[in-house]
Every structure is written in structure tokens, then in C-alpha cells.
Ligand binder design. Structure first.
Ligand code: GAL
Length: 386
């Protein structure tokens, strides 16, 4: 082979290598809010009102398993769990908590079981699930919380009990007027998403009314602080007021220490996250049932408050409806400082199984945060300035 031929061969080999390596290059993975999100079997992920546990380098996504048609708004199956190493590719791990075929069970098939969240207890080595529970055939009147436990993140979870939180305890910020008798003669004047209330919940003293049997608890979340203390955050007092309640060390009960915030603001869908600087942020929604509304946000230097409300963090088109979504969880990106992912649901109450997932990066600003719509985005490149 003469030198000209050698040069041609080297050139050809170079071109082939370049072509090969460009063929091997994987397209960048992306999250596409609002689209169908297929799991490893090609089925749209079925984990609504969900939350994520990051454990041993794996993400576990727990959520409400919905079925087709309006009946799908009640729990016919249970809590579904998926696992992923990268937040894009999800493996169906099956049903983590099954509804009970026994009609007498609190979690009998046909109950309403919403917003399940799972945390890991380092002291006991157990996985603890909390959820909003409405007893079968009682609409949303029961307003209870359920707790279940498992040895493994995929489950099976064993249902322990349901309750109304903090029976026989006053919140740390109880007011004198709560300690007075209940005003049951006052006529409701405010009609919100799930019923009517007087103009201000304190007029009716729902807190005092429920002191003995426990506080109402509907939309909820969990938050584990840096010191391992876990908190249950739930819409109480007929959704009018948010309660933040410390759990016991084993995460299986309420400790009796709790506080009430945002009285009369009707905040639902709460989710708390904490920055490296120690600021607690809250995202929540207004109370309009399955219909989307403008999100709420707030910040505090201590989880026990004072909490300062900041307004709707959504920006851009459809911000007033939070991009047709309602918050369900905020995921801190593991190993990254101050990168958080907003997780929301785009509900389809007429065919709940078709509900979509709206995940978007949360941009921290100086003392507040913003969420901007993206058609698709990648966790490695979504955050500005870092
Ligand atoms: C929403 C709530 C959902 C579900 C729904 C029922 O406000 O966030 O979790 O309870 O109401 O109407």
C-alpha cells in the first residue's frame, strides 16, 4: 500500500469511527410534563397523588392506582409503586399496599385512599406509608389518616390503623378562643371545594370541636428534616387550615406536638422542602376539588413558623392554573445542592387512570422560588446558574 492509500484508509477509518460513535450516542433523556409516561411494560404510569422515596440509589414512586371511569376516583386496587435509577425509566414494582376485600376494614375496596407518601425510618429500618383515608361510602366526611409499614420499599405494606390526628392535644399555637365552647349556632357562610363553613373557621372553632376525637385530616404530605424528625402536614378544620404535626420517633403515630397555620386560607396539596441555607418552603394549592387553581407558596425559618405567604410561584402561560396541575410532592435532587423538582397531578376525574404528571424544575430565587413550564427537560441541564 502506498502512502496515498494509507492516508485514504486512515481518513475512511476516522469517518467510520465518528459515524459509529454518533450512532451509539443515546439521545438525551427527557421528562415531558403532561404526556403519556410509559413504564417498562409500555403502560402509562399509574401512581397519582404520589411521592418519591430515594433509598439505596433507587427512586421509588408511590401513588394512587386509578382505574378507568369515575369509579376510579375510589380505591379499587391500592397504592402502586415503581422504581427507577434515573427518574426517566420506571419499572413497575406492583401494588405496595392492597385495598382489603374485607368490607369491615378501614381500607376496604371502594374507600378513598389518596396522596400516599413513604419515608424510611433509620432507627427501626422500616418503610412507613401515610395516606389520606376516607371510609367507604362516606364521601369525604371521615377525613382520616392511614398508616402502613413494610420491611422493603416495594412492600408489601401492612395496614396498621387509621385515625384522626392529635386527639386530646392542643396545637402549640392554640388561641384562647379555641378553648371556649363550640359555637354550633353559627350558620355556615362560606362554601368551598368540599362544603360550607363560616367566613372564618375560628368562628366555628372546628379545632375545639375536634379536640376530643382528633383533628380532620385530608390532603397531606410527609417531610423528614435533616435531624430525622418526621412531620405530617395535612389540610384540617374542614380544609380551612393547615396543620403541621410531628410524628413519633418510629414515624407510626402523631407525637401530640402540632401547630396550625394559614387559618381560613383553604390550602390543599401541601408539600414542604428545605434549602441548604435552612429555609423551609411550602407549596400548596387552593381548594377547588379536581379543578386546577393558582398554587400557593410560603417560607419559614423554623417548621413551627412563623410562615410567611409568598404567592403563586408559577410563571408564564397558564401560571394562574399552575399549568393545569396540583402539587403532590417536591423531590430534592440527590447529591445536588438546592435543586428541587415540583411534582404535580393533572387530574382527569372522568377517567382518572389517564391523569398526567407535571414535573418541573423549581428555581430558587433570593428568598422565594419559581416554577416555569417546559415541554420537556433534563435533570442535568434544567437549572440556571448552577
Ligand atoms: C382535591 C384534592 C384531591 C382530591 C380531590 C377530590 O382538592 O387535592 O386529593 O381529594 O380534591 O375532589
Amino acid at each position: 500500500m502506498n502512502s496515498k492509500n494509507i492516508k485514504q484508509w486512515v481518513l475512511l477509518a476516522g469517518i467510520c469511527l465518528a459515524l459509529l460513535s454518533s450512532c451509539n450516542k443515546q439521545p438525551e433523556k427527557a421528562l415531558a410534563p403532561g404526556e403519556i409516561w410509559p413504564d417498562n411494560n409500555g403502560m402509562h404510569i399509574n401512581a397519582h397523588g404520589g411521592g418519591i422515596l430515594h433509598h439505596n440509589n433507587t427512586f421509588y414512586w408511590y401513588g394512587e392506582h386509578k382505574i378507568e371511569g369515575e369509579i376510579g376516583n375510589t380505591a379499587q386496587v391500592g397504592v402502586h409503586v415503581y422504581s427507577s435509577k434515573n427518574l426517566y425509566d420506571w419499572v413497575d414494582e406492583g401494588i405496595a399496599l392492597k385495598v382489603d376485600e374485607d368490607e369491615k376494614s378501614d381500607i376496604a375496596r371502594g374507600c378513598i385512599l389518596e396522596r400516599p407518601k413513604v419515608i424510611f425510618n433509620k432507627k427501626t429500618g422500616k418503610f412507613v406509608m401515610w395516606f389520606h383515608l376516607e371510609l367507604k361510602d362516606m364521601g369525604y366526611d371521615a377525613a382520616r389518616s392511614g398508616v402502613a409499614v413494610a420491611e422493603k420499599p416495594e412492600g408489601p405494606f401492612t395496614f396498621i390503623r387509621s385515625m384522626r390526628p392529635n386527639a386530646g392535644h392542643w396545637p402549640v399555637n392554640v388561641q384562647d378562643y379555641h378553648l371556649k365552647p363550640v359555637h354550633d349556632s353559627i350558620k355556615p357562610t362560606y362554601c368551598g371545594g368540599k362544603g360550607c363553613l363560616p367566613a372564618h373557621p375560628d368562628t366555628l372553632n372546628l379545632l375545639g370541636r375536634d379536640y376530643t376525637n382528633g383533628q380532620m385530616a385530608r390532603d397531606m404530605n410527609l417531610f423528614v428534616d435533616d435531624d430525622g424528625t418526621a412531620y405530617h402536614i395535612y389540610s384540617s378544620e374542614d380544609n380551612s387550615t393547615l396543620h403541621i404535626s410531628q410524628l413519633t420517633d418510629d414515624y407510626l403515630s402523631h407525637s401530640g406536638k402540632f401547630a396550625r397555620f394559614f387559618a381560613d386560607r383553604y390550602m390543599e396539596a401541601p408539600a414542604i422542602f428545605k434549602t441548604s441555607g435552612g429555609t423551609y418552603y411550602l407549596i400548596a394549592s387552593d381548594c377547588t376539588g379536581w379543578a386546577p387553581n393558582a398554587a400557593r407558596s410560603a417560607r419559614a425559618k423554623s417548621i413551627w413558623g412563623p410562615w410567611e405567604e409568598l404567592g403563586n410561584p408559577s410563571i408564564g402561560p397558564d401560571a394562574d392554573l399552575t399549568f393545569h396541575s396540583q402539587s403532590t410532592y417536591v423531590l430534592p435532587v440527590p447529591g445536588e445542592q438546592d435543586k428541587f423538582i415540583y411534582m404535580g397531578d393533572r387530574w382527569k376525574p372522568e377517567n382518572p387512570i389517564d391523569g398526567r404528571y407535571i414535573w418541573l424544575p423549581i428555581q430558587l430565587k433570593n428568598g422565594y422560588f419559581e416554577i416555569e413550564w417546559k415541554d420537556n427537560w433534563n435533570v442535568n441541564s434544567a437549572w440556571k446558574n448552577n
